[in-house]
Structures are given as structure tokens and as C-alpha cells.
Design a protein around this ligand. Structure first.
Ligand SMILES: [Mg+2]
Length: 278
């Protein structure tokens, strides 16, 4: 960094159980921090296990026009023409440049099927459910549960019968990854939140070189670990059981209370510390 460069932050944030309350999906309590970020023009990038359709719903609700990362790092969506950035994208989808990182869901579903056969177990995933069942399991309104079913790069599931350890090991043996977002296990390809966050951070850094970018990550679950490892300042919130996920260990990790109010406090504190100052 030279003396001329000014500091700014990029906030990468999980949604469920982090910016959104794990039971009500409300972001009440985070409003002062959200307004502050908007005033200071700090990019707030949603990085969630949620689908593109769900994240678009929350972007609208939260008045957010920044890039976002869907399905645990399956894809990065950048609004076409965003900040005049030059982006090496995979394709254009409506108003977005898409950088595809994940493994297609059809491949994941086939793999999960053979994992079950090999380990003599039974799983139940979103592909087996309708919106009503997803709504019942997640507490989401049925309209939002329908958006959660529009998946392309991941499959949330739970294990109904069999040895969970064997199922997870077999997923790894097939060259895929599993993670946990609090309520469900997820099977994903070789992509994760960390890979997507690194790539998107580099896009900011390469396109806005006059700014000394400091990356901040906020999450509450194991699926956030790769993201928290990929940022300069990592914040862990208590999970839906009211404890810090014991699987999330990162050097220098900052601990915060749960929910949108805890999120807001952490974000305000870090922005005041790291900028932008004007
Ligand atoms: Mg979460």
C-alpha cells in the first residue's frame, strides 16, 4: 500500500443465522449498520447457501445492488457493468455476469444416490421435497421455500438411515465435498465459499487499485469456514443453538453475539476501525 491509497472494506456475509435471524429470517437490528454501509458506499456481498432466486429476493428487500455468491460458492453473480469493472465471466444471465464455479446439481444428485447405495443408507434432500415440506423444516414462508428449491450447484439433505460418518466419507471419496449450514448437510463440488470470496476479492483489487481493500467475513456455521479463512478479518456469530460452532477455527477470529444485532455491532466496529474514513 502506498500513502496515497485509501482504505475501504468489502463485507462478505452469510445470510441465515448471521445477517438474518435463524428463526424469523428478519434483519431487524442490523438496520443502523446497513444504513452506515450504504452511506459509506461499502460493498456488502451476500455469500450464502441460498439460491440465486432467494438471494435476489433479499437483495431487493435490503436494497442491495452489489455482487453476490450463491449456493455455498457455486456461482458468483455480478451486476452487468458493476462499477465499470472488467470481469472474466462464464456467461450473462439476465442483468448479471455469472462466474460458474460449482458442480451441476444433476451430477451431485447422482453421486448422492450412489453414496447411499454403497453405504446402505438413506438420505432425504430438497429434490425429494416440495415447498410445503421445505417451509415446515426451515420456517421459511412457502413462497420463499419455493425459491429455495431452484437449486443448481448444491443439494441440502439429511441422513435418515445409516452411518453418517460413512456417508460423509463416501462423498469425499467421490471427489465431492460436504458441509453444514446449521439445519442441513449440503453436498457440493470442489467449489466453496472461500474460493468464490477469493476470486471476487481479486476482482475488486484488480479493478480498483487505488483502494487498499480490507476484506471482512461474517458467518455462523461450518459452511462459512472457507469464507472466514479467505478474508482479512473474520467474525463468527453464535449459531442457531446459541453456541459458537466448534468446527470453525481461524487465527484471529472475532466472536460476536448471534443474529442481526450482533452482526451490526461487529460490522460497525470493523468499519470504524478499517475505513473508509471519509
Ligand atoms: Mg448461516
Amino acid at each position: 500500500m502506498n500513502n496515497m491509497s485509501k482504505n475501504s472494506c468489502i463485507i462478505f456475509s452469510d445470510l441465515d443465522g448471521t445477517l438474518l435471524c435463524c428463526d424469523t429470517y428478519s434483519f431487524e437490528g442490523a438496520t443502523p449498520a446497513l444504513e452506515f454501509l450504504r452511506k459509506k458506499n461499502v460493498p456488502l456481498v451476500f455469500c450464502s447457501s441460498k439460491t440465486k432466486a432467494e438471494i435476489m429476493h433479499y437483495r431487493k428487500k435490503l436494497n442491495n445492488y452489489h455482487p453476490f455468491i450463491s449456493e455455498n460458492g457455486g456461482a458468483i453473480f455480478i451486476p452487468v457493468g458493476y462499477k465499470g469493472f472488467e470481469v472474466d465471466y462464464t456467461r450473462v444471465e439476465g442483468d448479471y455476469w455469472v462466474i460458474e464455479l460449482g458442480t451441476r446439481r444433476e451430477v451431485l444428485l447422482k453421486a448422492l444416490e450412489s453414496v447411499c447405495a454403497r453405504t446402505v443408507s438413506k438420505t432425504r434432500g430438497f429434490s425429494d421435497m416440495n415447498a410445503e415440506e421445505v417451509a415446515r423444516l426451515t420456517g421459511l414462508p412457502q413462497e420463499e421455500a419455493r425459491l429455495a428449491l431452484e437449486r443448481h450447484y448444491s443439494e441440502p439433505f439429511f441422513i435418515m438411515e445409516g452411518d453418517p460418518g460413512a456417508v460423509l466419507r463416501e462423498i469425499e471419496n467421490m471427489g465431492l465435498q460436504w458441509t453444514s449450514g446449521g439445519r442441513f448437510l449440503h453436498v457440493i463440488g470442489r467449489s466453496d465459499k472461500g474460493r468464490a470470496v477469493r476470486l471476487l476479492s481479486d476482482i475488486y483489487k484488480n479493478n480498483a487499485r487505488d483502494i487498499n481493500w480490507i476484506t471482512i467475513g461474517c458467518g455462523d456455521s461450518l459452511n462459512d469456514l472457507p469464507m472466514l479463512k479467505a478474508v482479512d478479518k473474520a467474525v463468527l456469530l453464535k449459531n442457531l443453538r446459541g453456541v459458537y460452532d466448534p468446527g470453525v477455527r481461524v487465527p484471529g477470529l472475532l466472536y460476536e453475539e448471534n443474529g442481526p444485532a450482533g452482526w451490526g455491532e461487529a460490522v460497525l466496529r470493523l468499519i470504524q476501525q478499517y475505513g473508509p474514513t471519509d
